[in-house]
Design a binder for this molecule. Structure first.
Ligand code: EPU
Length: 426
């Protein structure tokens, strides 16, 4: 019996990228926005939705909850009626950590959500204590039993809540709950990522009053009954854009990245300019002129919450770091196990030293090898490494990459980069 289809990719290196690439909608905006559609009874039309497997999975979950889902290219139509199921398939939840967003979306509608614990994942432990504190603060009772969490609220109430840790999906859960209870809520020490601002603009279209999204303090005046027809276009994916910017820099290419928001990538652009990459921007375009060799002025890159250097671009940056003329220190402050790409890159000849959350990456000559992707961003870093490396690289476990990169082969082809995919039936 066919179990699931995975695929691998074969890349002959080195290759130089040259051309234009268009960026799709942000996966990490689309996920909370699709979830937030549940709190509003009405029809929702979402445009610029990326075709990636995480979105497929969430759409499957919401359709199992009773939402009408119709999809056409990058447009998704959702039809949310006045009754919803509350059973969320635990197998789906375990496959995607973002499903924790369904609690903030469903609780106001069904009053009780029993969800499988998302569990740790390959990049770290990823606790959900802040989410649970948010639910409790809005008046929910929480019971953890075996591998499940039961969240129940007879009546939700507005709240003042301060996060101990900046959390993206935690802030998004709080925003959804605050939007669907009547009254004013004040959220402090919120994450500031552009995806949160996008979710807030979607919620505002439901009639919710929100001030301060994108800053640490968000004020929400929610409503117990949200019933509107809404159209919303998801913002461009800054991580996809950043990945292609790094592809250009690492392959010494000349690339124009279209349909992106350079402002969302300020820390990456600053970092790459220090490396010696030439970058020019307009309001929605980034032009990159890479070099064969860099005379880098950069000593260290440290990931931090937005507007700092994104953890979701750390792995891709590591691939570029092997090409620099001096050692570069990379400090990962968000997730405790996000250097797995380096272990695979070692098979290609990457020279580095890891000490806890710090990796020093030395100039290295990469050679083609057989490597395996361990998570979404690690897969992108292996693609970039393969494009720099001399010889043939085969990257397996590519289902990780399919979670968040739309039409990778097509987009690389638009940059003159050739890759060959192979489907495997396991
Ligand atoms: N944290 C806690 N307690 C919590 C929640 C988070 O201690 O209850 C800690 C985490 O362990 C981590 C830090 O807070 O150290 C930040 O985690 P956050 O909650 O912000 O991560 P997330 O919301 O689960 C989102 C993205 C991730 C991205 C991170 C950080 C979505 C769906 N996912 O995850 O995206 O890495 O923010 O920016 O928005 C990816 O796209 O590859 C990806 C992993």
């Amino acid at each position: 019996m066919k179990k699931f289809i995975d695929d691998s990719i074969v890349i002959e290196g080195p290759q130089i990228s040259k051309g234009t690439v268009r960026i799709g909608g942000a996966k990490n905006s689309a996920l909370p926005i699709i979830a937030a559609s549940l709190i509003n009874i009405g029809k929702v039309k979402l445009t610029n939705i990326p075709w990636v497997s995480d979105i497929d999975l969430l759409l499957q979950i919401v359709s199992e909850l009773g939402v009408g889902v119709f999809r056409e290219n990058n447009i998704v139509h959702l039809s949310v009626g006045d009754s919803l199921e509350s059973f969320i398939n635990p197998d789906h939840v375990r496959r995607m950590r973002a499903s924790i967003l369904l609690v903030g979306a469903l609780l106001p509608r069904v009053g009780k959500v029993n969800i499988a614990k998302p569990g740790g994942c390959s990049i770290g432990v990823r606790p959900i204590d802040q989410h649970l504190k948010v639910f409790a603060s809005f008046g929910a009772e929480i019971e953890e039993k075996n591998d499940f969490i039961k969240v129940e609220a007879r009546k939700l109430q507005p709240t003042n809540f301060s996060f101990n840790v900046k959390t993206v999906t935690g802030t998004e859960n709080a925003l959804m709950l605050a939007s669907s209870v009547k009254g004013k809520s004040l959220l402090l020490n919120c994450a500031q990522e552009p995806e949160i601002v996008d979710l807030a603009s979607f919620l505002k279209k439901m009639g919710v009053k929100i001030k301060g999204a994108g800053s640490p303090v968000i004020e929400v005046e929610g409503s117990a009954l949200l019933s509107n027809d809404i159209t919303h276009s998801v913002i461009p994916d800054r991580i996809e854009a950043g990945t292609y910017v790094i592809v250009a820099a690492a392959t010494g290419g000349e690339v124009t990245v279209l349909d992106c928001i350079p402002e969302h990538l300020r820390s990456l652009i600053y970092t790459l300019r220090k490396v010696g990459v030439e970058i020019e921007t307009t309001a929605n375009t980034i032009f990159i002129r890479g070099k064969e060799r860099y005379n880098s002025q950069l000593n260290c890159v440290k990931t931090s919450p937005y507007p700092g250097f994104p953890t979701d671009l750390q792995a891709q940056f590591c691939a570029l770091a092997t090409k620099l003329d001096k050692p570069t220190t990379v400090v990962e402050t968000i997730f405790e196990n996000r250097f797995q790409h380096l272990k695979e890159m070692k098979k290609m000849g990457a020279n580095f030293l890891i000490e806890g959350s710090k990796a020093v990456i030395y100039p290295s000559l990469l050679l083609g090898a057989k490597v395996a992707a361990s998570d979404l961003r690690a897969s992108a870093s292996l693609v970039i490494s393969a494009l720099i490396a001399h010889g043939t690289t085969t990257i397996t476990n590519l289902h990780h990459l399919r979670r968040g990169y739309e039409k990778l082969e097509e987009k690389l082809a638009s940059l003159g980069v050739e890759v060959h995919s192979e489907s495997l039936i396991k």
